[in-house]
Design a binder for this molecule. Sequence first.
Ligand SMILES: *Cc1c(COP(=O)(O)O)cnc(C)c1O
Length: 357
Amino acid sequence: MAYQLNKKVRDLTPYDAINGDYAIRLDANESFFNPNELFTQEIAQEMAKVVFNRYPDASCKKLRESFAALYGLSPEAVVAGNGSDELITIIMGALLEAGDKLLTFAPDFSMYQFYGRTYEKQVVTVEKEAGLYLKAELAIAAIEKEQPQAVLFSNPCSPTSLVMLRREVVQILDYVAAHLENCLMIIDEAYMEFSDQSILDLAAQYDNVIVLKTCSKALGSAAIRLGFAVSSDKIIGALNAVRSPYNINMVTQAVGALLLSKKEYIKEATAKIIVAREELYENLKGLAGKNGIGQVVKPDTNFVYMQTERARELYDRLLERSIIVRQLGNALRITAGTAAENEAVTKALYEILEVSR
Ligand SMILES: *Cc1c(COP(=O)(O)O)cnc(C)c1O
């Protein structure tokens, strides 16, 4: 008898994580700072203290305290995850039931739909308007129509690079609180360091809101796989009950707590990344409307989103020059890098497109 994979996984292919050796990597929205170069000694000391034969602290006490102190929260309102990706899988798998309706928007982070489907949610995706900005009105109309059990979106959004205003997010949360019986609101603020419309301070005040954070972007620590969920007591309690007890390894706990205590570094790195994204945007906006390029969006993140029907071709031509960006259908998402990297990708694109600067 041949073993049959179930329908939902039969045709899946692994996430296209690009691990080739490219000279310039602007595909994954990572930071261009490596804290392990700045705090080499301290990180080594933290790692040296790890007791390898013992399980890690299941409560991640120090880590949560460090995260909470950085963002002015109570450690009780925080759960750590092996990347915010793990937290999304836990929310999908355990806080929601099979067949529950998950409302997402497009364009948005592709993994939302993937995890929703894998965990047997009924995923409904509403297209954003042509300007790509997700308006509260549109979100509320979709929520009213669909009556979902959960709503999940990124803010600022990957890939559109746009932030929804805090007051609009609050408008949506208040609508849901007043009109829906049981609807979990999940706001992914992976890129909020690059903007200023966070609702992190409100997350624990509602009983149905989860805000997700990550160390993979502004904090420059994608390698250690560390994300956080901030929410009400009720939801934090449930997340603690359903996650695997040792989900955060001790090396990540030790190094993560140290990195999260580096307030000045985080502030300075973020400010420099914002300068870099402004520079990249200023460089690329001259391509808008020329030779197959559509909108070049003014970003609130650490990357630039460019609509173009030549996305695949441009992606391939950049690869030939050992520059990797992200292609998403008819668009490119280009991470802001160092000044030299931004200049290299800019020069390459103007040359390939035969546009003069
Ligand atoms: C990069 C990113 C994350 C971070 O995921 P991790 O698993 O924490 O690395 C989360 N959400 C969005 C929208 C992202 O782009």
